[in-house]
Design a protein around this ligand. Structure first.
Ligand SMILES: C[S@@+](CC[C@H](N)C(=O)[O-])C[C@H]1O[C@@H](n2cnc3c(N)ncnc32)[C@H](O)[C@@H]1O
Length: 207
């Protein structure tokens, strides 16, 4: 009998890429992302890096809320299918480069970005502290990191079974940000619906 191999994370995301945006819209995530950027201090984009971009919803919310235009948008994901979907969604908003690479790649310049975004991707990483130090090094001084991170909840426990997501309490995320050298780290709760129960937003500054 042939042993069944578990599909890779990239294969799992390839399978859902076409319907990802519709799925997160049904659950209210793009609206929650909009609320996070509206509640954060005004300013940001400039040169933007979106990690684990998926269909580009977090970057789209950041661009919509920004007090100044995006000069450049770098989209990074380990799923080619997600990168294609994000590029289609964000085309025309800024010059775009696609990076088919993991968080931690050495293909992106140090201090090259004013804004780094990461929604629901830190949870996939074995070394979140190292990933946040890498994010900090990608930011120019004064640049901002925005995160959305899953919180402990029975829904996120189910997600972990399929997707390998971890979940972090807000105090743990704030401690990770401080440990990675970020200043002014803030937790911004999502206002309503599933995102308010299963996830939370954060903003921090590279001092
Ligand atoms: C839960 S989805 C979130 C997508 C999007 N940010 C959103 O909020 O809708 C996680 C995304 O991260 C990508 N991903 C998973 N592990 C990654 C890694 N190590 N480096 C970069 N991207 C990764 C997946 O392919 C997927 O597109």
């Amino acid at each position: 009998m042939l042993a069944r191999t578990r599909p890779s994370l990239a294969d799992l995301y390839a399978d859902v890429a076409a319907g990802w945006q519709a799925g997160i819209e049904r659950l209210g995530y793009p609206a929650a992302y909009g609320a996070l950027f509206a509640a954060a201090p005004p300013g940001a984009p400039g040169r933007v890096l979106d990690l684990g971009t998926g269909s580009g919803a977090f970057a789209e919310a950041a661009l919509r809320a920004a007090g100044r235009p995006a000069e450049h948008l770098a989209l990074l994901d380990t799923s080619r299918e997600m990168l294609v979907a994000a590029e289609a969604r964000l085309a025309g908003r800024a010059p775009i480069t696609l990076h088919h690479a993991p968080v931690g790649t050495d293909a992106l310049p140090e201090a090259g970005f004013d804004t780094v975004l990461a929604a629901h991707v830190i949870e996939h990483l074995g070394d979140p502290a190292g990933a946040l130090r890498w994010c900090r090094a990608r930011l120019a001084p004064g640049g901002r990191l925005y995160l959305a991170v899953s919180r402990p909840h029975w829904c996120t426990a189910l997600l972990r079974w399929k997707w390998g997501h971890r979940a972090y309490r807000p105090q743990a995320v704030l401690a990770l940000l401080k440990g990675a050298g970020f200043a002014d780290a803030r937790h911004i709760a999502f206002p309503a619906g599933p995102p308010s129960r299963t996830s939370a937003g954060y903003v921090a500054v590279r001092g």
